[in-house]
Design a protein around this ligand. Structure first.
Ligand SMILES: O=C(O)c1cc(=O)[nH]c(=O)n1[C@@H]1O[C@H](COP(=O)(O)O)[C@@H](O)[C@H]1O
Length: 275
């Protein structure tokens, strides 16, 4: 099944637009879990079990695994998601970006090694560096567009004097992703919930692309304004929360607390859909 169809099916059947981010920080893991890579796996697998019916996607951030030498645990975790949450797609957050020959290897890593359904990619180096990911027609590719961090303004909000209408860089990117770059309908965009007005601007440029939207929860993004700006139906958005869910409790009840927080977030997002 194509990624966009998979995301839509999961969002529809579970009635959710919540993407659960898997960002395991060793210092924040409950102390009763084993130290090191084994603890990372146990923690994330328990979070997956606790939220499997609440998520339209899971988003493991590769750096949290690679920094601990826990790549094998990431492979195992993705296999676990296939069992515990069949039908819920895995978006590998890798934010890769490099020349085509190297991007071929990054695409292989994401889609063949880890078997992810979609990957995050930086479009900074241009269209040819995105192309290798599009050789996997069933897979999704989320291009960083209007990121959630304060420094996202530094380049992304600059106006392009040479492009008609002088759009901001992120708007130009969204237009390209909706049109010329999206040769096989695989592209989506990453847009931060910390800038709901810019989410709306992206949605105007890219009316039919799925948007991966981090920034609610720990980063303080406006969930309600974001849904109003971006949601156009099941599968149109995957709104990510990581730390607010993962570390709702650091005690033995961490998975229960994560579920409670995921439920609250799912319900808040669903309630924001205009009638
Ligand atoms: O691509 C991303 O997922 C991403 C893009 C962005 O603009 N901002 C952003 O926070 N992220 C990721 O989304 C997650 C946000 O985590 P929390 O702030 O803990 O919910 C982290 O894994 C970030 O790496």
């Amino acid at each position: 099944m194509r990624f966009t169809d998979q995301l839509t099916a999961a969002a529809r059947s579970q009635h959710t637009m919540l993407c659960v981010g898997l960002d395991p920080e060793p210092a924040r893991l409950p102390s009763h879990l084993p130290q090191g890579a084994a603890g990372i796996y146990d923690f994330c697998a328990a979070i997956v079990d606790a939220t499997a019916d609440l998520a339209c996607a899971f988003k493991p951030q590769i750096a949290y695994f690679a920094a601990q030498g826990a790549e094998a645990q990431l492979e195992r975790l993705i296999a676990h998601i296939r069992q515990a949450a069949p039908g819920v797609p895995v978006i590998l957050d890798a934010k890769r970006g490099d020349i085509g020959a190297t991007a071929v290897q990054y695409a292989r890593e994401a889609f063949e090694r880890y078997g992810a359904d979609a990957v995050t990619v930086s479009p900074f180096m241009g269209q040819d560096t995105v192309q290798p990911y599009l050789q996997y027609p069933d897979k999704g590719v989320f291009l960083l567009c209007r990121t959630s961090n304060p420094g996202g303004n530094d380049f992304q909000a600059q106006r392009l004097a040479d492009v008609p209408g002088q759009p901001r860089l992120f708007e130009h990117l969204a237009t390209q992703a909706q049109g010329a770059w999206n040769s096989n309908g695989q592209l989506g965009l990453v847009v931060g919930a910390t800038y709901p007005e810019d989410v709306a601007a992206v949605r105007r440029c890219a009316p039919s692309l799925p948007l991966l939207i981090p920034g609610v929860g720990a980063q303080g993004g406006d969930a309600v304004a974001t849904v109003r700006a971006a949601y156009t139906g099941p599968g149109s958005v995957a709104i990510n929360s990581s730390r607010a869910i993962l570390y709702a409790s650091q005690g033995a009840d961490f998975a229960q607390a994560a579920r409670a927080q995921a439920l609250r977030t799912r319900d808040e997002l669903n309630a924001a859909v205009p009638a």
